[in-house]
Design a protein around this ligand. Sequence first.
Ligand code: WTA
Length: 685
Amino acid sequence: MSHETPSSTATAAHTDVPANGSAAGNGNGDAFENLSHENRKFAPSAEFAANAVVTAADYAEADADRPAFWARQARELLTWSKDFTETLDWSNPPFAKWFVGGEVNAAYNALDRHVENGLGDRVAIYFEGEPGDTRTYTYAQLTDEVKKAANAFESLGVVKGDRVAVYLPMIPEAVITLLACARIGAIHSVVFGGFSADALRSRVDDAEAKLVVTADGTYRRGKPSALKTAVDEALSQAGHTVQNVVVVKRNGQDVDWHEGRDHWWADTVDAASPDHAAVGHDSEHPLFILYTSGTTGKPKGILHTTGGYLTQTAYTHKAVFDLHPETDVYWCTADVGWVTGHSYVAYAPLINGATQVMYEGTPDSPHQGRWWEIVEKYKVSILYTAPTAIRTFMKWGKEIPAKFDLSSIRVLGSVGEPINPEAWMWYRDVIGANAGKNGEKKENPAPIVDTWWQTETGAQMIAPLPGVTATKPGSAQVPLPGIAVDVVDELGESVPNGHGGFLVIREPWPAMLRGIWGDPERFKETYWSRFETMYFAGDGAKKDDDGDVWLLGRVDDVMNISGHRLSTAEIESALVSHPAVAEAAVVGAADETTGQAVVAFVILREDATDSGDEIVQELRNHVGKEIGPIAKPKTILVVPELPKTRSGKIMRRLLKDVAEGREVGDATTLADNTVMSQIAQSLRK
Ligand code: WTA
C-alpha cells in the first residue's frame, strides 16, 4: 500500500445541486453521495515539486495580467512567422480574436522546427496496432510524411480554407492527415469512426467537405472491421460536395472502388514529394471543425482557430502533465475522433516535442492486460485516460495490472466525465503506485490530474498542477493559470464556498471556440444567453469549503456515455424516424461502468405490433444506423404514455427515476397524473 497519510483537512462537500432538477449529478448520483465524506488530500512529494516544470508562480503571473501571461506563453511555446501586435481583441463579444496580426503554421510548429533544432531523431510516435504490428516515427520521418500528404492533398485540388472530412481509425495516418491539412490551411473535420454513414453524410454536408480521407477498415477485438463502406454509402446519394476520397490500406479487406474519385493513400501520399514549404497562417485562420452534441437534435460544428488553440493546448499539456519532453513517454488513449484526440494527441504533444504512444484497438484485445503491456513495453510515464476505462479495469480486477511493471508511470490524467473517488483511489493505488511486477508499491504514487474541459473550450480549463496542488479524489479542483472559471447561481451571482450552481467562464480564453460552423446565432444562443457576459458550460458544479470545484454532470439534455457526448434529442429523433414509433423520450441513467447509459421510452404507433424483443432489437439497430453503434440505447421500454407537463414538455426527470429504479419524484405538474402508474404497470408486465 502507499505510505502517505491523507491529511485531515476536511472538505465537507455538500451535495446541493443547481435548482434545475435534472442536474442531480446526472448519472453520478451514487458517486456524489460520497462527497460529503471526502476529506483526503495528497500533496506532491518534495522531489516531484522540486522538478516540476511549472510552479505556483504561474498563477500569480496570470492573476496579475491575464493577457500578458498568455502572450508570454504564445511566444515561448510557438514559433511565429510573424509576431502578433495585439494579444486579445474582445471588442465584439462573444467573438474573440487572440494574438491579432500574428502568423503561425501548426504543422511547422509540431514538426519542422524540431527537426531544424536537431531533434529529428527523437521518436514522435510509437504506434501499436491492435493485431500487434508496430511502427515508429521519428520527428524527421513524421515531418516527411506530413509534407508528402500536404503535397498529395494539394494535387487533389485542396486549397487553404477548404474542408477535409476525416473518417479514420487510430492509426498514424490520422495524425498525418490532420497536420497536413493544418499545413496547407485546409480545415479538417474529423468524424469518429463509430458514427454511421448517415451521421457522416450530415457532417460532410454541413461542412461542405471537398475531400474525404478514410481507410478500408481497422481492427476491433481481433477482427477486421470496415470503414470505407460507410463512406461509399454516405456518398451514394448525389448532392454532396466531395470530389475525392483518399483511402489508407489498413486491413486489406475488399472495398468497392469508384474510379476517378477514390485514390489509395499509397498511390497519392507515399508517391508524393517530401518537399513542402510551410507558410504562416493568420492566428485566427480556422484550424478545424469538430461536431458535438448539444441540446437539440442537430450536432454543432465547433470551430477552432490556430494561434490561441495551439498556445493553450501546448501550455496545458506541459503544465498539467509536468512534461519533460526529453525523458517522458506520453500516452493519451483518446481516439482522434474526439476533441481529446485532437488537442492531446495530434497537436499539443508534437508542438511540445514529446514522444507519444498511439494504440489502435480495444483494451481487452487480445487480453485484458493489453494496456499495461503497452505501458511496460514503452515505459510510458504519463498516462491520460477516461474514468469509464478505469472503472472497466476495476471490474476486471487489480491482479491484471499487477502482472506488469508500471513503475515508469509518474503522472496520471483523467478526462471526459466526473471521476468518482473510488475510481480515483483505485487509479492511484493500482496503477500509480505499481513499482514493478513483484507487487511492490511506490512510496510516492504518481499524482492524478483530473482535467475538466470540453470540445468548446479546446483545451483543459480546470485541473490541479501536479507539482503544486494537493489533489483530492474526485475533484478537478482549480482553474488553470489564466482561466477564469466560476460557479454561479440562477441569477449569475458567484456562489459562496460550500454551495453549488452552474459552471461558467468569466473571461475569454485562448483556445475558446470561435463559433458554430455556419451558425453564429446558435453560438450566441447556446453559450452566451443564459448569463449574458459569461460562457455557460452546461455543467453543474459546486465549490467545496476550500473553494475547489467539483463537477456534477450536465444540467442540460446532453448525456455522457463512456465520456462520449450524446444528446437525448438526437436519439429521440432517430427513434421517431422509425415507422413503428409514435413518440420517444430518452434519458441518461446512471451506469456503474459507462457513467451513464441510454434508456429510451417509446410509444409505438397503433398499427405497429409490439412483438417484444424483436421490435426492441430493431429499434436499437435503427439508432445504430442513424447515428452510430455508440448511440444504441442499452434499454428500450415500450410504454403506453409519456409523462408530460400541461404545456406538453416531457418530464424526463420522472423517467430517469424509473430508469434508475428509484421511487418516482414529485409528479404534481403532470397533465395526467395517472401516467406514471400506467408506465409502472406496463413495465411490470
Ligand atoms: C464532461 C471532453 C467532469 C462535462 C474533453 C463536459 C467532465 C463534457 C470532465 C465535455 C471532468 C469532461 N470532470 N466532467 N474532468 N471532463 N467532462 O465535449 O460534462 O466530449 O461538459 O469534451 O464532458 O465533453 P466533450
